[in-house]
Design a protein around this ligand. Structure first.
Ligand SMILES: N[C@@H](CCC(=O)N[C@@H](CS)C(=O)NCC(=O)O)C(=O)O
Length: 242
């Protein structure tokens, strides 16, 4: 059995969608980010970056295996299930380069854009330079996706973990003020993935855990956005692993 440490956000959905696509059994372990579950010592032993998603596969060869970082988890689940990551060299690296593009590019840029749209004090209008910077990057990355999707059905040819990683960060495009008008290939790809039954099941996971972004309390805001190196060091000292 696989334990999935999860909150209903784009990074969490990557893994709930993948588990549903692969038909792997899993137990949901909700991580309440506003309450600070990600800083609990027992979670930090699984995910030292104090972020979800993370998994523990109790049936891994050689003993229980814990993995943090969504890209590493997707590669692991693809290898475990033999799906969505080809073994042939050229096709495998075709997928891996788009996966790394997502975890190193689209994910962080969209994450920062989300911060300024959803959480920054005073809203995006109070942070014009930063908001514009990330909105432009998000738009640029749509144009990069279009370069592939105007000739390929999926980012790396066949449906793969690159699409599973990328799609959840395209889901909030309207809220992020992004249009698909100039990107017909991205729109076709987005609509094709949206109707996959496993994607719909993955998106429904932990629906009851969702809360509107406007309802974040000051304490939750501090928990999520007030962390520094000093607070991480203090937490490590408290749990005795410094
Ligand atoms: N690079 C990480 C990013 C994960 C991430 O940023 N998770 C966020 C939620 S979307 C989180 O757990 N945040 C908790 C915090 O910032 O304290 C991955 O791809 O897994």
């Amino acid at each position: 059995m696989i334990d999935l440490y999860f909150a209903p956000t784009p990074n969490g959905w990557k893994i709930s969608i993948m588990l549903e696509e692969c038909g792997l059994e899993y137990a949901l372990k909700p991580v309440n980010l506003g309450r600070g579950d990600q800083f609990k010592p027992e979670f930090l032993t699984i995910s030292p970056n104090n972020r979800m998603p993370a998994i523990v596969d109790h049936d891994a060869p050689g003993g229980a295996l814990s993995i943090f970082e969504s890209g590493a988890i997707l590669v692991y689940l693809a290898e475990k299930s033999g799906q969505f990551l080809p073994s042939e060299l050229h096709r495998r690296f075709g997928v891996l380069q788009w996966l790394f593009w997502q975890v190193g590019g689209l994910g962080p840029m969209a994450g920062q854009l989300s911060h300024f749209v959803n959480y920054a004090p005073g809203g995006a209008a109070a942070h014009d330079y930063s908001h514009t910077r990330y909105a432009n990057e998000y738009d640029r990355l749509f144009a990069v996706m279009e370069r592939s999707l105007d000739r390929n059905e999926y980012l790396a040819g066949d449906y793969s973990i690159a699409d599973i990683a990328t799609w959840p960060w395209v889901v909030p495009y309207k809220r992020f003020g992004q249009s698909m008008d100039a990107y017909p290939g991205v729109r076709r790809w987005f609509d094709a993935i949206k109707v996959r039954p496993a994607v719909q099941r993955g998106m429904d996971v932990g629906k009851d855990l969702r809360r509107p972004t406007g309802e974040m309390s000051e304490a939750q805001r501090r928990m999520m956005f007030g962390q520094t190196g000093a607070s991480v060091r203090a937490a490590a000292q408290q749990s005795g692993d410094a």
